[in-house]
Design a protein around this ligand. Sequence first.
Ligand code: ADQ
Length: 460
Amino acid sequence: MDRRSSQRVVVVANRLPVHRAGSSGRWQSSAGGLVTALEPVVKAGNAAWVGWAGTAGTGLRPFTHEQMRIRPVSLSRDEVEKYYNGFSNRTLWPLFHDAIRSPEFRQEWWEPYVEVNRRFAAAAVAAAREGDLVWVHDYHLLLAPLMIREERPDLRIGFFLHIPFPPEELFAWLPWRQAMLEGLLGADVVGFQTYAGAQNFSRAARAFTDAEGTDTLLEFGGREVRVGSFPISIDFDWFDKRAAMEETEQEAAGFREKMGSERRLILSVDRLDYTKGIDNRLRAYEELLKRGRISVDDAVFMQIAVPSREPVAEYAEMRTRIEQLVGRINGEFGMPGRVAVHYFRRNFTREDLVAYYRAADVMFVTPLRDGMNLVAKEYVATRTDLSGVLILSEFAGAARELRRALLVNPRDQEGMISTLETALTMDRQEARHRMAVLRTVVRRHDVHEWAGTYLEALRG
Ligand code: ADQ
């Protein structure tokens, strides 16, 4: 290993990669995309991870967990409310997702956002030794790159945004837009999920700061800032292997038997979020039933939803709406032993999710806007026998790569209905051909390639 590839990485993200396990209170690795993606990088170099443990309170000291140096950042109850539920999830999240819900702009959320970013930056500075790479993640920490640079101009600093970066006209709504952009311009490499995100950022930077340059290279404050797209991915091999295991096959067969083996299974898996287009897809399925194009004897829909951001009012309202919709469809179309929609609102283990992916004939992924959408890639990775059809929204970052999915516009209800019908009746040969291409794409561009490519760009 040469000196450059042995450089240590300090990851700075809102959440730590560990959580306290139930009654024992011991720290355990959390299962999540970013953790899986970065754990090998972090562990290999005995590097560090700066983040919040997920509950309000103070006083956690740095510790080591499975070769990772963990540096917890504490947040008070008030900060969780204003920095996290408020500014991150009620200002930035909706604004960056095409303002699907109206973003709220409140000075009393902005100040704690600045303050918390400063705390994360200070923890990163304390963790970083000379020559380390610092990699800041996501919309909670847009100001941190510049704050870190002000203290430590010697470091290479990277930033990666997991959600979309909105078009300039929308970004312009943000009263603190200049500070946000200058915060990001503190990085050496600013990465996005798609080229459109990179372009939107560069344009906003040229419009609202003194930055000059092109969509991929900006000059700001006498420094060069590289801007690019780095589409995130999954650990393809893990999903592929897990899917092929006898145990998984049996579990999947068990699910199908319980639901009626002859019925086609349509599956959706999401965080319960208003960006995911859950109601749009339920209505498309309902409409197919209503028009008599399918019956509950032919098809069954399963929505797996992980609870999310429940203290935020928009999320509670959306949950009620979706649960009413599920109730309405079942009330109207269900038959004894034939539920039209199975709805599970809880966490599943990764292994169980793979069994559900294996069981599904059609995967229905219809976000109104999504940075990438890993669920679509996970489904593809589990289709080891090339069966199964992926329906994917054009508004997910993943649609840039997964061109052979059935692409839909979730706001086009007729298009959604006919695409769902096409998926349910697709010729086996065509489905196999499409899936083979999709699998090649995801296998080639897996999460290890993503992390490797980003870090190579960051090393400069
Ligand atoms: P998310 O909005 O959370 O991520 P997504 O990319 O689909 O969206 O990732 C969700 C993850 O949660 C998947 O790995 C999935 O397996 C898991 N999951 C979903 N439901 C679950 C359940 N009930 N139980 C257990 N696990 C469940 C954000 C952005 C995305 C971007 C990712 C990564 O919004 O656009 O793809 O970050 O950058």
